[in-house]
Design a protein around this ligand. Sequence first.
Ligand code: PLP
Length: 394
Amino acid sequence: MNKPNMHYAELKDSYLFYNISQKIKAYLAEHEGTHLYRMGIGDVSRPLCDEVIKALHGAVDDQAVQETFHGYMPEPGAPFLRKTIADYYASRGVKLAEDEVFVSSGASDELGDILDLFDRENSALVIEPAYPAYVDANIIAGRKIVHLPAGRENRFLPEPSEDAVADIIYICSPNNPTGAVFNKTQLKAWVDFANAHGSVILFDAAYEAFIEDETLPRSIFEIEGARTCAIEICSLSKTAGFTGTRLGYTVIPKDLERMGLKFNDMWVRNRTTKTNGVSYIIQRGGAAVFTPEGRRQIMENIRYYKNNARILTDTLDELGIWYTGGKNAPYVWMQCPNGLKSWELFDLLLNKIQVVGTPGEGFGACGEGYFRFSSFGSVEDTTEAARRIKELFK
Ligand code: PLP
C-alpha cells in the first residue's frame, strides 16, 4: 500500500491569512461598501515598467518568426540572462562566473526546490519571526528545526549562538516580516559561524533592491568567506513587480562543497532533471530589469513604495511607537501600542479605523506583541491610514 509523506500531518495549519480574510469578510458583511486601508498585503500594486513590457512584447514577436523562435531554454537559465545578472553583481563589486547564476521562476519555488541538495538528516535553523515557508518546507522533508528567537533587544537581528547550531541556516535580509537588515559586521559573524560549523546559509535576498544605505550588504557574497558557505536566493517579484510574471535567480558558488560534492554541479544536475527552464519570453522581460533604463524605471516604483514606508515610520516616530524596518525595506514592524496583543491590535485597527495590517504572532511565537505594515499599497491609502493611526493613538 502506498505510504504518503506523513510529515504533512505535522504541519500546523496556517491560520494567519485565512483568519485575516475571515475577519475582513465579517466586517464588510456588517459594514457594506466601507473602504478598507489595506496595509497588510505582501503583493505589489504597481504595474510592470515600460522597459519590461517592451521586452516582453518583443519576445512574443520573436516566437512568431522562424529565425528568432525559441523552443526549450537551457535548464539553468538563458545565457543572456545569466550574464546580465552576473554583470549586475559585478557592478556592485561581487565577482561571479555566469554559470554560478541560475534562473528560476521565483524565490518561493527555489526555496522549496533547493532543499533537494541537503540530506534529510540535516537540521535547519530559522531566525524567528520568519517567512513561514522556511519552517514548513523543512517539516515536509522531515528535518529538525532549530528556532532562534529574535526580539527588540537585538533589533530583530540576532547573533549566531553555540546553543543554536544547525546544518542549514536561513537568513532573510532585508527581513520579511521585520524589515530589519543585517550590516556587514553582523553578517560576517554568521558567515564565520557557518564556515566553522560546516553549515550552509540559504540567504534570502528577495528585498535587496530596497536597501538605500550604501554601507549595508545587498548580497551575502559581499562578505568575505561566503563563497564557501552560502547560497543566495533572489527574486524580481518585489524588485520589479514580477509577482504574477514569475522570475528569480539563485547564486551557487563553485567553491561551495561538502564531503567532496559541489553544490553548483548538483544544482545543474537537479535542474536538468526536474525542470525545462523558464520561458524565453519571461527571461527577456527579466533581462530588461537590468538595463540602465530598466533600472531607472524599477527604482521609480521602489521609491514610490519606500515613500509609503516613510509616511508610516514618520507617523510612528511622532507617536513614539517603537519599530524596525521601513528605511531599507518595504515592511514596517512595530511594537503594538498599549501592551496590546497582535490580534487585539488587528481587531482594533479594523473596527475603529478600517486599517488592515498583519499580526506579528502569525510569523512565529516571538512575533507576539508586534505588527507588520507593508508599503505596497497606494500612497493615498497609506496617507489616510497613517492619519487614522495618528488620530487613534495620539
Ligand atoms: N522570500 C521572502 C522573504 C518573501 O517575502 C517572498 C514573497 O513575499 C518570497 C521569498 C517569494 O518570492 P517569489 O514571489 O519570488 O516567489
